[in-house]
Design a protein around this ligand. Structure first.
Ligand code: PAF
Length: 285
């Protein structure tokens, strides 16, 4: 076992002391919030943060408030030592590992809610999810006070919601979106891919394949409805058990679009294989 080179803190005062010391040296602080179970998508966020900032803080906190009562909070993969080893390799500078009691002390009564953007897509399928995300991300941003925070485009609605939240609340952190990292066969990296059996893992390829096929069909500007319906059927034919949504949306405000036109558009999907819910999205047009 090698000697640990990455500092780890578990309390807000210890976190702030380290960040304050760096800031007093004029260093730019980057932040990557995670729920652990780190994969190459997270490591790409850390590397991007390293390129743009002098010091990078990574938090690992499986946030209970963004899971619904019947979701996978208890089963969510947790391996702190493996995660810390990966962060060392990626040359993160500090890992912040708060407990639930530190994030939500008894008597906590405040939540953060972004209206509009969070009501469709994953917000419709997972009531309360985005309130849990925006509340914990606000708290983390206020605890770390970074210059920039890095989020993957795979969770596209989350990225747009946090960007809006930071703007609306005048949080002085640049929110940076980083392109989705994919396996060689195009499956988007996700901590939840670990739940897939080998057979489900190959069926999951229907997700990126269908997105590409629907995007191609939409590029002639024709009405989206029939193409989206074809895409949902294609996912079911490919082995998915259900499709929460497959939508063509405005790339900024996520309102539904009837066709690809002048405005940047995004094709966004969530579908389930067995108990595993997978997300993906691509730019269209
Ligand atoms: O994307 C995630 O891993 C989580 O939603 C986040 C941003 C770390 C908040 O818990």
């Amino acid at each position: 076992m090698g000697i640990s080179t990455i500092a780890a803190v578990r309390t807000i005062p210890d976190l702030r002391a380290q960040v304050r010391a760096w800031r007093s040296q004029g260093l730019r602080i980057g932040f990557v919030p995670t729920m652990g179970a780190l994969h190459d998508g997270h490591i790409t966020l850390v590397r991007t943060a390293k390129q743009r900032c002098d010091k990078v803080v990574v938090s690992i906190f499986v946030n209970p408030t963004q899971f619904g009562p019947n979701e996978d909070f208890d089963a969510y993969p947790r391996d702190e030592n493996a995660d810390i080893a990966k962060l060392e390799t990626a040359q993160a500078d500090l890992v912040y590992l708060p407990t639930v009691d530190i994030m939500y002390p008894p008597g906590t009564a405040t939540t953060v809610n972004v209206t509009g953007l969070t009501e469709s897509l994953c917000g419709a399928a997972r009531p309360g999810h985005f309130q849990g995300v925006t509340t914990v991300v606000t708290k983390l941003l206020l605890q770390v006070l970074p210059d920039a925070a890095f989020f993957g485009e795979k969770d596209y609605q989350q990225l747009k919601t946090i960007t809006r939240m930071a703007r609306d609340l005048d949080i002085p952190t640049d929110i940076v979106g980083v392109p989705t990292v994919r396996e060689a066969d195009s499956l988007a990296l996700s901590s939840r891919n670990a739940y897939l059996s080998p057979a489900q893992r190959s069926q999951a390829l229907a997700l990126p394949r269908t997105l590409q096929a629907v995007a191609k069909r939409l590029c002639d500007g024709s009405d989206a409805d029939a193409h989206l319906a074809w895409g949902r059927d294609e996912l079911l034919r490919g082995g998915f058990d259900s499709v929460d949504y497959l939508e063509l949306c405005d790339a900024e405000d996520l309102t539904p679009l009837t066709h690809v036109g002048a405005r940047p558009a995004r094709l966004i999907v969530a579908a389930r294989i067995g108990k595993t819910r997978l997300l993906d999205n691509i730019a269209v047009g």
